[in-house]
Structures are given as structure tokens and as C-alpha cells.
Design a protein around this ligand. Sequence first.
Ligand SMILES: Cc1cc2nc3c(=O)[nH]c(=O)nc-3n(C[C@H](O)[C@H](O)[C@H](O)COP(=O)(O)OP(=O)(O)OC[C@H]3O[C@@H](n4cnc5c(N)ncnc54)[C@H](O)[C@@H]3O)c2cc1C
Length: 391
Amino acid sequence: MDFGLSEEQRAIAKTTRAFVENELYPYEAEVERSGHLRPELISQIREKAIAAGLYAANMPEEVGGAGLDTLTWLLYEKELGRASYALHWTCVARPSNILLAGTDAQKEKYLYPCVRGEKSDCLAMTEPGAGSDLRGMAASAVQDGDDWVLNGTKHFISHADIADFAIVFMASGEEEGMSAPERGRRRKITAFFVDKGTPGFHVRDGYRNVSHRGYTNSILEFDNCRLPKEQVLGEVHKGFEVANDWLGATRLQVAATCLGRAERALSHAIDYAAQRQQFGQQIGKFQGVSFKLADMAMELKAAELMVMEAGWKYDQKTVTDQDMAMAKLKATEMLAFVADEAIQIHGGMGLMDDLPLERIWRDARVERIWEGTSEIQRHIISRAMLRAVGG
Ligand SMILES: Cc1cc2nc3c(=O)[nH]c(=O)nc-3n(C[C@H](O)[C@H](O)[C@H](O)COP(=O)(O)OP(=O)(O)OC[C@H]3O[C@@H](n4cnc5c(N)ncnc54)[C@H](O)[C@@H]3O)c2cc1C
């Protein structure tokens, strides 16, 4: 096995790291304190990211992206993940891969403008009554002649306030005899493109979030929102299949961004342990502190190996759902541990916003919830083992 990186991979990571440190770090405090991204700041950083070839780098070359293989893309995500989520996600956007599933006309209307930085997308599945159990969604799409009529509510939808359109998943029917009666029928799901400004589609401010300040979430309301059939993404009733085909690696993306932030927190902790003196010596000389550093480094390395292996397997087409669930679970739980220990090593200073640690610690919390909670990842991992023996 060769775990070495190619020169090209090293160069991409280095360029991304330099961009993050020079263009994003200087604005982190502003975004944290205001909870807001100024539109001029978004445009300014976006233009620089486009010029540096870092914008929409997750996309294939033929549609204007960087054409990175999955492993290299994850190295790029890891570096972006070092910075404030609001800044790196909004200003150095990675359009959803699901846009690649559109028809030629949909690609012209949605994909290419997103890759060029002229439009941005958001993706809406979650509802107040349907989070982990997405098949239980209630928001519906009903066919009426050549049109579809959408009704219902989505919530927690990231950056929908600034997105130009939403990719929305709606219940379009019910499966026959699929599940136990007490659980209700599993829904058939269809995905749609819905443009901002479509009559009957409203975006309201969402909740204030302890993690990722400036990275907003919204409530989407559909009230007899009528769409022509050209707005269907993929096949009717096959919304989950489209999502499974195109969104599989999103869990790895979340995991990779956690690696970057953990590395940043660890590096602060190492520096502080070497520099802070108590009882007449560096605190890093106390085993109670130095062993923390060892455990943090080991957990980070284990998570990194799991994420990168899953990325490599993704390209070999051998990756399994368990591989990706394990990588997401490990990286998100590792970040929570590393961020917490980094604060402990800093004592009271760790909680002050002079350092990025209290932010990394707060931001870490959401990682175990979105893109499938830790419990759902454990369910995926254990189900695969049990099913293999008839469980
Ligand atoms: C800041 C933020 C941004 C988000 N952005 C988006 C977005 O852009 N688009 C979008 O569609 N969604 C988004 N989400 C939604 C996110 O994916 C959901 O929050 C997540 O899937 C969990 O759903 P829930 O919050 O409804 O929790 P629930 O599903 O209600 O879970 C509550 C608890 O029950 C546990 N639980 C549920 N089912 C099981 C089970 N079978 N076994 C064991 N435990 C279980 C969960 O693990 C959790 O601990 C976002 C969420 C947040 C917080």
C-alpha cells in the first residue's frame, strides 16, 4: 500500500491552505461577532477563489470544475475546513454534485451558472416532522396535468436565504406494503428545481444556531407552488435514487472538513503546551497535558486514514455505505474530542474568542447531527454486519 501523496495533491493542498489562511482567516472574527456575511465580502472572496481555480473545484473538468479525483477533492475539503464554515462554504462554494444529474437544459440553467459563481443552490429534504426518517416526509408534490403542485414545509435548510434556487425533495406517492403498519407507508420521493420568486414558494429566516455562525438556515414554505414538469430532477418517484447516486460522498466532505479544523485546534494546543508555564515549567512537561496531545494526534490520524481510505475506495468503486458512515462518524466524534481537549489545555484562555478554539468547539457540535446523526451512522454500520448473518 502506498499512502504517499502525489506532487499534484500536495500542491493543491498547499494552494488551498494558503488561500484559507490569507483570504478567509482575516474575516473569521467579523463573521463570528456579526453572525453575518456582508454581500461585498462574499463577492470579493468569491472572485479571488475563482481566479485561484478553487471555486467549484469539486466539479468535473468538462463542466468547468477542477476535475479532482475523490481523494484529492477531500484533501482540498480538509484545508477549506480549517476556516469558518460560513466563509469557506459561501465564498468558495462547492455546488451540489446532484446538479450533474440534470438534463442538458437543467445544466444550462442551474449547473453551469453555479460553477461560474453566478448562482448558488441549496438542498431541501428535512422537515419539522421528518429528519432522520426522510421517507416519512409530509410535504407533497401532486401531478396536475403537465404541472406539479407543491405543498408543505422544509426546515433547517442551509443558506437558502442567499441561494437562487432550491433542489427540493417531495413526497409524490406511497410505496405499496413496504413497512410495518404502525410506521405508516414509506413515501415515494421526487426531486424538483424550485427557483426563488416562483409563486407559492417562500423562504423565511430559520433558527439561530450555536454552530457555524453566519452559515444560515431557513424555513421553506410551499403553498400551492406550481411547477412545469421540466423542473423535475431525475425520474418521477426516484428522488432518493438520484440522491443516493449523487450525494453519497457528501458525508466524506463533512468528515474531511472536520480533519482540517481538528488539525488547527491540535496545532494551537501543541504551541500552547510548549509555551505556557505553570509551577515553573512548560505545561507540556506534565504528563496530564502531554498525553492529551498524544491522544489527540492519534485520534486525528485514525480519522484521517479512514476518510482518505474511503475517498480512495470511492474512486475504485469499492466504497461501501459502512466505509462512509465510519469515516463520518469517526471524524466528527474525533473533532469533538480534539476541540474539547484543546480548550482544556488552554485553560480559561481556551474559552475566550481571542483564539479560534471556542468556535471550533461550538462548530464541532453540529457535525454529529447533520448529514446523518451519529446514531444513524452507527445504525448503517451495524445493520450491514447483522444483515450479513441474517440479522
Ligand atoms: C445547521 C443545520 C443545517 C442543516 N442543513 C440542512 C440542509 O441544508 N438540508 C436538509 O435537508 N437538511 C439540513 N439539516 C437537517 C439535518 O440533516 C437533520 O437535522 C438531521 O438529519 C437530523 O434530523 P433531526 O434534526 O430532525 O433529528 P431527528 O431525526 O428527530 O433525531 C432526533 C434524535 O433521535 C435519534 N434517532 C432518530 N432516528 C433514529 C434511529 N433510527 N436510531 C437511533 N437513533 C435515532 C437521532 O440520532 C437524534 O439523536 C440541517 C440541520 C442543521 C442543524
